[in-house]
Each structure stands twice: as C-alpha cells, then as structure tokens.
Ligand binder design. Structure first.
Ligand SMILES: [Zn+2]
Length: 315
C-alpha cells in the first residue's frame, strides 16, 4: 500500500477531529489563554531542565485507531481506570533550559485545533519565559497539534527561534496534499514559510545543541523525531508521538492511529523504541501521555507499562 493511500485512509478515519485552517480563524492571537492554574512542571536533568507545558487534551476514540475494536478499547480503558466515553489524550510541549539558552520542543496546537488546545503559550508565560526568549524550536513533526502554536496569523510566534526540523518531514509536508488533508499541509507549509530564513534541517542522529541529540523515529510521519536531553549522568528521551493513547498502546503497541503516515513503520518504530527504553532504563517524555507525561517503561504481561516519574519537589 502506498504511503499516500495510507495517508488518505488515515485522514478519512480521523476526520472527526476538528482542524481549523491556520488562516481561517480570527482569534489565533488569543492562543495565550492560561489555564486557571499554570500547568507547567520542571524536571532537572543534570545541569539542564525540562519543563513540561500542557497544551490541553483532545479526545481520541476507538474509531481513530487501527488494530483494536470498540470492545477492546473499552476494556483497556477500564483496566486503566479511564472512562472510554470521555478519554482525552494529553498534548504536551517541552521547555528545555541549558545554561542561559531556552529551547522549546513543539509549540502545541495554537489556534489550529479549536479550544481544546492552545494553552501552551500561556503556560510558558507562567514560567517567566517570553516567546522572544526562545532561541530554538525543535519540531518533532509538522502535525498541527505540535506546530499550530508556532504561528499566529501567518507570522512566527517565536521571533528569535531557529526552527529545527527533520529533512524527511520538511520534504513530505512541502509536497502536494492528498485530497482531504489540505489543512495539514497548508499549516505545515505556513510554519516552514514563517521560519523560512531560520530553518535548521536535520537528517539523522544529529546533535542539535549541546546536550540535545535528535533521534529519528519515522513512521508516524516520515521525519518524526525524538530528542534526547543529556546532562551529567541523567538523560530523558522526548519521544513525541510514539504513544498517542497510553491506556491502549502500552498494552498493545501494535495498535496504530489514523494519523500515521505509514502505520506499519510507525508500529515497528514503536516496538523498537519500547524495547530500547526498557533495556536502557531510559526516562521518556511523551507528547500525548497524561501531563506531565514523564516516566520509565517496564515490561508488563504481553506489553508494557509506564511508571510515572517522581514528582519534582523543590530541593
Ligand atoms: Zn501528536
């Protein structure tokens, strides 16, 4: 099956999720809408730090997944004490501090996906960080829940940031949009355009900054990329969209989501990286795991389970 046909099928399967064209919404300047309380949590990593920033949460039901039916979805949700009727997947971005440098991994949905998302910037502000303080925006992939918040009214939200993106994603999303996914392509191209003179295109396991290395995790999108943050003897892998629906996919990593550009490759990458983080006892941070979305993965029954990171109480 061709990648394009899979993408089309994927788009059709997930057409119920709201995606508002970046240019079609007057209120995109209103993306700085802080939650009632800031949802930002800072984890030291050696001399560096990762602050998880909530962008909100979106419903992902059984109809968006392949490889599990409604009954199987309901059962896994209930085993994890989640209500299958109301389950929402987190959307998280990550502020990385290294010395004086402040970098952002993904920018949330901004105004691109309705009111469910768009809280990242308010939460970033609550940490005392202004958009102009961000020197680098490291993109895991060019989906709207990750880069919608990078632009407002067609302009870069982070005026001083270099945009780091994998070449395979830059190329794929710069191409012609299959019918039905024009909005995704338009948004991605708008982001690439807004940061056009400040693009830093990466290709493999590149070091993107001191202590930050890219890890290609292809499948979900062609250039889907994780970032490993390392300092001293500590490290965290921001694995982005390896898992979208934690109660389902830790137990059943073979289950794929309609957004996967190449579901087969996405599942193979998930299997490979789950094995690796278990073997290496590597802490992970997930874009779609319940805030703050950090922890260690262990083997459990026929699948895996996440052991949440310790709460980072102030020293
Ligand atoms: Zn995502």
């Amino acid at each position: 099956m061709s990648t394009r046909r899979q993408f089309l099928a994927a788009t059709a399967a997930t057409a119920t999720l709201p995606l508002i064209p970046a240019t079609g919404r007057a209120g995109s300047h209103e993306m700085a809408k802080p939650a009632a309380l800031p949802q930002a949590l800072r984890f030291p990593v050696g001399d560096m730090a990762i602050t998880v920033l909530s962008d909100g949460a979106i419903p992902i039901g059984a109809n968006a997944l392949q490889g599990v039916d409604q009954a199987g979805y309901d059962e896994l949700m209930q085993e994890n004490f989640r209500d299958p009727a109301t389950f929402r997947a987190a959307v998280n971005g990550f502020l990385i501090e290294s010395g004086d440098a402040k970098m952002l991994v993904d920018a949330g949905g901004g105004g691109a996906m309705g009111d469910a998302l768009g809280r990242l910037q308010g939460n970033l502000t609550a940490t005392g960080t202004k958009p102009e303080d961000i020197s680098m925006l490291l993109v895991t992939h060019l989906h709207p829940d990750h880069v919608g918040g990078a632009v407002a009214d067609g302009a870069a939200v982070f005026p001083n940031a270099e945009l780091v993106v994998h070449e395979a994603d830059r190329a794929f999303w710069s191409g012609d949009a299959p019918e039905g996914s024009e909005n995704f392509f338009q948004l991605a191209q708008g982001v690439l355009g807004a940061y056009g003179d400040r693009l830093k295109v990466i290709n493999g396991e590149d070091d993107v900054a001191s202590g930050i290395a890219a890890m290609p995790l292809p499948g979900h999108t062609p250039g889907h990329t994780g970032y490993t943050i390392s300092s001293g003897d500590q490290s965290v892998l921001i694995w982005a969209d390896i898992v979208h629906v934690a109660p389902v996919q830790f137990a059943r990593p073979d289950v794929t989501i309609g957004f996967d550009v190449d579901p087969e490759q996405a599942a193979a990458t998930r299997a490979r990286i789950l094995d690796r983080v278990v073997a290496d006892k590597m802490m992970i941070a997930g874009s779609h795991i319940d805030f703050p979305g950090m922890g260690h993965v262990i083997k459990h029954q026929d699948g895996y389970r996440l052991v949440n990171a310790a709460y980072p109480y102030p020293a």
